[in-house]
Design a protein around this ligand. Structure first.
Ligand SMILES: Cc1ncc(COP(=O)(O)O)c(C=O)c1O
Length: 388
């Protein structure tokens, strides 16, 4: 039996989401210790969670029991941190699970979503799993969202849309739009005026604020109380330093939260995730201090990059910097290096144990994304770049 032929076509055809590298695999490849690596390819927090998180874990030994399915203590801690009543909050195994749940909850095969590439790949992946139409409204050259195009599309949705899959087809009115603020991979933010224009449209706005604590903008989590078409997604993987624990949450209109409880896996996040999240959130001063350190280091790093002259950082309000490489490299034989520029930089840094992301497709051709680490780690990056 050809079991593969039974797999749903949309899953068989899926382009995989490419996550950051496994440090264990990379240390094996480079023949070094994991501790020698500088991991700057997945926007993780280089400091780890506040000590209170580890303490909370150490104080509990009841791992033979399931976590609280109502997530009451966890949602209390989050509600206090983010300033919304706990009825609006549902937690899951990372922001990724929340995004997946939102897609599964709203989308039937044949529905449509709007995405603003280049952006976080999980929105497109969720659309593909649900077998829905993916309407791409590319960001402008400065990575801003083309709100005029969204308004034109939604208000005149009978427009026939041409895309690869359907040719000229009448695509149903999009139900959801996903918008990362700040955006990954460039770190740009959407203005309040643009967000208000999007919220005025008859579409559910999924606002992914994974990096909001590194931005000058406030979180819009409490806007969910005002706008019944807004969902805000947060993660504890970034500033809060718990990427390995898989904790994230959504702030939902109450009616939506009620439906979500019925469909979500009962026991995500894990018990260690609950405990460490509650511990970390009990120490907002340490979290704020860590955020300030990462932002200060981001600004110092960008200034140093600008001094190099050939690598141009884009303005970022997140914990990473997208950089354009304005230099043609020459190979050891004196001939132009045939590899894409981003790959040259990524491989040169990897050889020194520094892991970053490179991109090779427009509009990110010749770009790399570097997460912000501790100052000594960023000095290692700068030293490696100076050698190129
Ligand atoms: C924009 C954005 N949203 C959500 C996530 C998911 O975070 P997690 O699933 O670790 O909570 C990430 C992770 O990199 C991200 O960049």
């Amino acid at each position: 039996m050809d079991i593969e032929s039974l797999i749903a076509p949309n899953i068989r055809e899926m382009k995989p989401y490419v996550p950051g590298t496994s440090v264990v695999a990379m240390a094996q490849k480079l023949g070094c210790a994991v501790s020698d690596l500088v991991k700057l390819d997945a926007n993780e927090n280089p400091y780890g969670p506040p000590p209170a998180a580890l303490q909370a874990l150490a104080n509990n030994t009841a791992f033979n029991y399931y976590p609280d399915p109502d997530q009451n203590a966890l949602r209390e801690a989050i509600g206090k941190y983010v300033g919304v009543p706990i009825g609006h909050i549902v937690c899951g195994a990372g922001g990724d699970e929340i995004l997946d749940l939102i897609a599964r909850m709203f989308l039937c095969p044949g529905d449509a979503i709007i995405d603003f590439p280049p952006t976080f790949g999980m929105y497109a992946a969720a659309a593909q799993v649900q077998n829905v139409h993916y309407i791409s409204i590319p960001r402008r050259a400065d990575f801003s969202v083309n709100v005029d195009a969204v308004e034109a599309l939604i208000t005149n949705y009978k427009l026939r849309i041409t895309n690869e899959k359907d040719g000229q087809a009448l695509i149903p009115k999009p139900k959801l739009l996903f918008i990362a603020n700040p955006n990954n991979p460039d770190g740009s933010v959407v203005s309040e005026a643009d967000l208000l224009r999007l919220l005025a449209l008859p579409v559910v706005v999924v606002l992914d604020e994974a990096y909001i604590q590194f931005s000058t903008q406030p979180s819009r989590a409490d806007w969910v109380l005002k706008y019944d078409n807004l969902i805000v997604v947060h993660t504890l993987s970034k500033l809060i330093g718990l990427a390995g624990l898989r904790v994230g949450y959504g702030v939902f209109p109450l009616t939506v939260a009620a439906h979500l409880w019925r469909m979500k896996q009962v026991f995500t996040p894990s018990l260690p995730g609950h405990l460490m999240a509650i511990g970390a959130l009990s120490d907002p001063a340490t979290l704020d201090e860590m955020g300030r350190k990462i932002v200060a280091e981001r600004n110092r790093f960008c200034e140093s990059l600008s001094e190099l002259g050939w690598i141009e950082p884009y303005h970022s309000e997140a914990s990473f910097v997208l950089c354009k490489i304005n230099k043609a490299f020459v190979g050891p034989d004196g001939q132009p290096d045939p590899r894409p520029r981003g790959l040259v930089v990524q491989q040169a840094l990897e050889a020194q144990g520094i892991l970053i992301r490179f991109f090779n497709r427009d509009p990110l051709r010749d770009c790399v994304r570097i997460s912000i680490g501790q100052p000594a780690q960023m000095d290692r990056v700068l030293a490696a770049l100076r050698m190129l």
